[in-house]
Design a protein around this ligand. Structure first.
Ligand code: AP5
Ligand code: ZN
Length: 215
């Protein structure tokens, strides 16, 4: 199955992507995670992306699209994938459609995680990420309070772009550039809205329920 997850920063895309991809046995492809790994690895791609990410702006399309094309062309993505954080604007969505058509593929569904703005600000301001396994936590959880990952023992850190002023800017960028994707995918007949407030497991159940009719 070929799935795209959309939703504002902090909607829980990364959290849900991990569970859904595991459940469907497809690779989770998170453009933000790939960029962050390249920034910490000091690669050329990381250097190209860093200044945009630090400001909360989108990395230029040509950089992002080349990276996604490369990733989707790998063997493990041939039978399906879950994209988290891509596409991020209508030109990226149009390019993705063309790219998949070249390979005789198409998306099966776009899940939109729906959460209000107060909740995403609360979630982002308390987010902690594992420096070892990338698992996402929140300061309201035991792991978040101790700053140690319950899964692997790694140290948790706060993302640079989770500072209040950068979060505000990311929300503006979402509203201007990414929110129009919701209409784009509704017109394509691919959009399914998933209510994303409530416990993580409940949101996962709703997302998996939404996929069941497509099996
Ligand atoms: P990216 O990493 O994709 O960031 P984002 O879209 O802003 O999304 P987030 O990772 O902030 O949030 P999320 O929805 O994954 O929420 P999470 O699960 O962590 O992108 C970062 C940057 O990279 C961009 O700004 C841009 O510069 C660049 N970039 C990436 N893709 C790009 C593209 N395609 N084009 C151009 N540039 C690109 O959850 C958040 C918190 O909430 C956590 O603490 C979590 O524990 C908690 N939480 C989750 N679910 C629940 C729940 N149900 N109840 C309570 N708390 C919850
Ligand atoms: Zn960990």
């Amino acid at each position: 199955m070929r799935i795209v997850l959309v939703g504002p920063p902090g909607a829980g895309k990364g959290t849900q992507a991990a569970y859904i991809a595991k459940h469907r046995s497809i690779p989770q492809i998170s453009t933000g995670d790939i960029f962050r790994a390249n920034v910490s690895g000091g690669t050329e791609l990381g250097r190209a992306a860093k200044e945009y990410m630090d400001r909360g702006d989108l990395v230029p399309d040509e950089v992002t699209i080349a990276m996604v094309r490369d990733r989707l062309g790998q063997d493990d993505a041939r039978e399906g994938f879950l994209l988290d954080g891509f596409p991020r604007n209508v030109p990226q969505a149009e390019t993705l459609k063309k790219m998949l058509a070249e390979w005789d593929q198409r998306l099966d569904v776009v899940l939109e995680l729906v959460v209000d703005e107060d909740e995403v600000v609360r979630r982002l301001s308390g987010r902690r990420t594992c420096s070892k396994c990338s698992k996402i936590w929140h300061v309201d959880t035991d792991a978040g309070r101790d700053d140690v990952c319950d899964d692997c023992g790694g140290r948790l850190y706060q993302r640079d772009d989770d500072k209040a002023e950068v979060v505000r800017h990311r929300l503006e960028v979402y509203a201007e550039q990414t929110a129009p994707l919701v209409q784009f995918y509704a017109d394509e007949g691919l959009l399914v809205a998933v209510e994303a407030t409530g416990p993580v497991e409940e949101v996962t159940r709703r997302a998996l329920d939404a996929l069941r009719p497509l099996e």
